[in-house]
Design a protein around this ligand. Structure first.
Ligand code: ADP
Ligand code: MG
Length: 698
């Protein structure tokens, strides 16, 4: 009997390792494997053979075009399609896909931001195949994951530095692992699982809100009478419409070989989460980009709009992208896994301490890497990690570290497995970490969960930073340990290093309530940076410490770092400009006319009532006319403020001014509109409200 399951076509749209083994001549497959393991290089005949097999497979799957799929510094992905078909010598059409086309592309992509790395007269940029990330078919196009670099070899994308940082962490971690005796380990790989949060709203309502369409968030809107106070949405039953949508999303992801695993309602109404199983960082980042793409496309098919913005609605939770991070050796050991007796597992303690030192040395970079204009509304908004970086270890690991530091007896060296809440179960898996949702970085059993990352962002930069800062510290540790002859001496020295790290970096460890105002004060006392805005954190990329870090590990050149600062600042300004223009347009074309109509209604009512004086009517006239004046005045102020900033030449400085001078004015306009919305009559004010938008899915 032929039983079909929803998983039968898992990976059917990916040219993965298994397919390569099946379809490639064995020597070709072996050369590819060696290239991936960095033990060899790909020659022309091998590339031709892989390209040929890839083309055959893609054509069988109905693909007509191929593209070099890359991740420019816009934060999204880019593709330019070329068809497989071309005229043959005899004039008959034939399909062709050469090794050269597989390996190298020259997209005419001169409009992507380069931060000055490409002068307009030298607009050439090249894409090169990332042979460690599998090719896949999307919308009938064979997509080849590639890096994007300039003619001079400077990286113009997010993948090239990510791959370099993976190499750096692999080398550094392997050094440490080898020192502790595991000599057969040759490489390590950082693995990542990205939990993606998002909102869904009815497409018809979405269409009526220009702000949602153009900026991804509501620029105004009074709170719905019911928010998330009852916590009744969280983990609740999934509405049928959403369930059909999720089913299709999962199926699309599975076909692409993405292990979509968990799905549930999130805290806010209309908010959901999707978590895949972790994979090598570059693949996880690629797959997350695909996931965001699929979420949007499938939503559209179901009459829904998927909002990936960090804060689509004020007053309720925003969305993040939790970045679960660990490092795994080539023989499958997770270096953050504490084992049964973590207190005696010195290698584990070294990796944990290295992480602590790395984060405490470069908190500004982590803050920067996880943010954008959108995340400014989320971080520190009392439902998301604050903008202050701290690490939550859980009391168990924390106790062990502090006992090393204070040279105290460690009270419990073994994980307690005696708790059994249900009789009859002989095996209960246990976690050695409790949870603290308020912490931006938390150790969760055998991985670090970085929760600051914004939902709409590419996870590349955050992981470039995590890899690089950890590589630096692990290299320092390896420098100190290499050359010590006896394992006992290595262990003792390593323990002393851990002790030192805890002494010097314990300020970053915090297990209390990260949402509280006391923590803000306490963090200031500890000297932890609290960078208010994303734009201010951008300059951390080019401070002396960061330049030294990135250039010494060969991740970014100084020029590339300056280019990135420029691009991020420029993008920030553009985002705010789009928001101000959208807000102004909506205010002038839709809201002020509604307010005026409303005023006219009450004015005419007052007139028609003549001698009958009704306080309510007069009060409404006063209130609405005050709101109209204030809205209009603030819009004028917004316009003149933006004009006054126009002459600032330094992009970053201009961005900071936008944050401190333009953003507050947008909020002021919003306040007026929200005030009006609360008293507006339904007949006159027709834009979808928060109640409409958040409760439209059932
Ligand atoms: P929780 O957030 O409750 O710990 P999960 O166990 O579901 O939830 O993990 C969340 C994400 O972390 C998933 O994407 C999962 O694949 C990923 N993950 C689990 N273990 C690791 C690990 N060792 N390294 C990196 N990511 C991991
Ligand atoms: Mg989680």
């Amino acid at each position: 009997m032929n039983i079909t399951t929803p998983f039968d076509d898992f990976g059917s749209l990916v040219f993965d390792e298994k397919l390569m083994e099946e379809r490639l001549p064995n020597p070709v497959y072996k050369t590819w494997k060696q290239t991936v393991a960095k033990e060899g290089t790909l020659d022309r005949p091998t590339a031709d053979a892989i390209a040929h097999a890839m083309k055959r497979w893609a054509l069988e799957k109905g693909a007509t075009h191929f593209t070099h799929w890359f991740q420019p510094m816009t934060g999204s992905t880019a593709e330019k399609h070329d068809s497989f078909i071309e005229p043959g010598a005899d004039g008959q059409p034939l399909t062709r896909f050469s090794g050269k086309s597989l390996i190298k592309g020259e997209p005419d992509a001169s409009s992507f931001p380069s931060g000055g790395l490409r002068a307009t007269f030298e607009a050439r940029g090249y894409t090169y195949w990332d042979c460690t990330s599998p090719a896949f078919i999307k919308d009938g196009i064979l997509c080849i994951p590639t890096v994007f670099v300039s003619y001079n070899g400077e990286s113009l994308d997010k993948k090239a530095p990510l791959l370099k940082s993976m190499e750096a962490i692999s080398k550094a971690a392997t050094r440490v692992v080898n020192i502790f005796g595991d000599k057969e380990v040759k490489t390590c790989v950082p693995v990542v699982g990205l939990e993606q949060e998002y909102f869904l709203v009815d497409k018809k309502l979405y269409e009526k809100r220009l702000d949602l369409k153009l900026t991804g968030r509501t620029l105004f809107g009074a709170s719905a009478p019911k928010g998330q106070e009852l916590d009744d949405h969280y983990f609740g039953s999934i509405p049928q419409r959403v369930s059909a949508f999720m089913k299709e999303v999962n199926h699309e992801l599975w076909k692409l070989g993405i292990y979509a695993k968990a799905e549930h309602n999130e805290v806010a109404p209309a908010q959901f989460e999707l978590a895949p199983i972790y994979s090598n960082t570059n693949i996880a980042v690629d797959q997350n980009q695909l996931t965001m793409d699929i979420l949007k496309k499938v939503a559209n098919k179901h009459g829904l709009a998927c909002l990936l913005h960090e804060k689509p609605f004020a007053g309720i939770n925003g969305s993040g992208k939790h970045n679960n991070y660990s490092i795994v050796t080539d023989n499958g050991q997770n270096l953050y896994s504490p084992g049964d007796k973590p207190a005696e597992n010195i290698r584990f303690l070294v990796f944990i301490c290295a992480f602590i030192k790395a984060v405490d040395t470069y908190p500004e970079l982590l803050r920067m890497s996880s943010s954008g204009a959108g995340n400014d509304h989320r971080l520190g908004a009392n439902e998301a990690p604050p903008a202050i970086i701290s690490i939550y270890l859980g009391s168990y690991i924390e106790d062990i570290l502090f006992s090393i530091y204070k040279e105290k007896e460690i009270t419990s060296t073994k994980i307690d497995n005696s708790f059994n809440p249900v009789s009859g179960l002989s095996y209960i898996p246990h976690d050695n970490t409790d949870r603290n949702r308020t912490s931006p970085v938390a150790f969760t059993g055998n991985k670090f969960e970085f929760r600051m990352l914004g939902s709409s962002l590419s996870a590349a930069i955050a992981n470039i930073v995590l890899n690089t800062i950890n590589a630096e510290v692990l290299n320092e540790i390896a420098d100190e340990l290499e050359g010590i002859k006896y394992i006992q001496d290595i262990r003792e020295k390593a323990l002393a290093i851990c002790k030192d790290i805890i002494k010097n970096h314990k300020r970053i460890i915090f297990s209390g309530d990260g949402y509280s105002s006391q923590w803000v004060e306490e963090a200031a006392k500890r000297g932890l940076p609290n960078i208010k805005s994303f734009i201010e954190s951008v300059s951390s990329l080019t401070d002396e410490k960061a330049i030294k870090l990135f250039t010494s590990l060969n991740i970014y050149s100084e020029k590339e770092l300056y280019a990135r600062t420029e691009i991020l600042s420029e993008q920030y300004i553009k985002t705010i400009e789009i928001e101000t223009k959208t807000l102004t347009k909506m205010a002038k074309n839709e809201i002020l006319p509604a307010m005026t109509k409303e005023l006219k209604f009450y004015g005419e009512t007052a007139c028609s009532l003549k001698d009958v004086k009704i306080d309510y009517v007069n009060k409404m006239i006063d209130e609405i006319s005050t709101i109209i004046t204030s809205t209009n005045d603030t819009l004028e102020e917004l316009k003149t403020t933006i004009e006054s900033l126009d002459s600032i030449g330094d992009t970053h400085e201009k961005g900071v001014k936008y944050y401190y001078e333009v953003c507050p004015l947008m909020l002021k306009v919003r306040e007026q509109i929200d005030k009006y919305e609360k008293i507006a009559s339904k007949e006159i004010y027709t834009l979808p409200t928060y109640t409409d938008l958040l409760y439209s899915l059932d």
